[in-house]
Design a protein around this ligand. Structure first.
Ligand code: PEP
Ligand code: MN
Length: 258
């Protein structure tokens, strides 16, 4: 199961980066070009956005998949999108998307996970499952088992923290122990941290990334935008490509001075 990670020939960790949402073709291409020739192996961009409340930007839809295909052809980066149902998966596969991730609002729904697992049966694509929004290890494990039982060989999990009604310095509380417990149950499945959705603000991304690497996470997925303040979703937590590069310099420096 970990073998797919070795295909990247990484020194460590696997880095996935790109905007919360694909907004325009120019925005997608500009960010992808800034991220090629860096630590980034996989480009992320949401096409269908599961917004908690109505009225926000709900995603650009299928046309965005063509922009990602173009970004892949021009930069060589692998492309990742969020899928929430069987129709999304079919469209993503038609556009040769390499990595499909299942978001936190979908991970809570066994029906949705099962229909996604059924269309992806025996796929060679990389499939990443985020934790459910609530701190429920069995729900996360159950989703993983549905994907595993469908014969998906390149599986990974993303820890993006858990929502809470209490005031917290995090947007989503990390509750690291839940991710560690999941990894203990499935030690062969790569564990990726999403510091962007845990932190909710860009000045905490380095600190949360560091904690994840200290806990031996295999990768990081970090929302990155050329104009974060004007991003159409999750503006406060996105970093510029230059800030992303600085985060990896800082993580490396800290590692070397350990
Ligand atoms: C996202 O990755 O932009 C997203 C919607 O994340 P989550 O499912 O973790 O809330
Ligand atoms: Mn986001």
């Amino acid at each position: 199961m970990r073998a797919w990670l070795d295909d990247f020939k990484l020194s460590h960790p696997l880095v996935i980066a790109g905007p919360c949402s694909a907004e325009t073709e120019e925005q997608v291409l500009a960010i992808a070009h800034e991220l090629k020739n860096s630590d980034v192996s996989i480009f992320r961009a949401g096409i269908w956005k599961p917004r908690t409340r109505p009225g926000g930007f709900e995603g650009i839809g299928e046309i965005g998949l063509q922009w990602l295909q173009k970004a892949k052809a021009e930069t060589g980066l692998l492309m990742a999108v969020e899928v929430a149902n069987a129709a999304h998966v079919k469209m993503a596969l038609e556009h040769d998307i390499d990595v499909l991730w299942i978001g936190a609002r979908t991970s809570v729904n066994p029906f949705a996970i099962q229909e996604i697992a059924d269309v992806l049966k025996d796929t060679d694509k990389i499939v990443l499952l985020k934790n459910p929004v609530n701190p429920d290890l069995s729900l996360w494990l159950g989703g993983l088992e549905r994907l595993y039982n469908a014969g998906i060989k390149k599986l990974g999990v993303i820890h993006r923290g858990f929502s809470t009604y209490e005031k917290s310095k995090y947007r989503n509380n990390p509750e690291w122990q839940i991710a560690i417990d999941l990894q203990n149950r499935f030690p062969d499945i790569p564990l990726i941290c999403d510091p962007s959705h845990i932190a909710g603000k860009r000045d905490m991304i380095l600190e949360v990334s560091q904690q994840a690497l200290d806990l031996n996470f295999d990768g990081l997925i970090i929302e990155t935008h050329t104009d974060p303040d004007h991003a159409w979703s999750d503006a406060a937590q996105q970093v510029t490509p230059d800030a992303l590069k600085q985060i990896f310099i800082d993580l490396r420096v800290r590692k070397e001075t350990d």
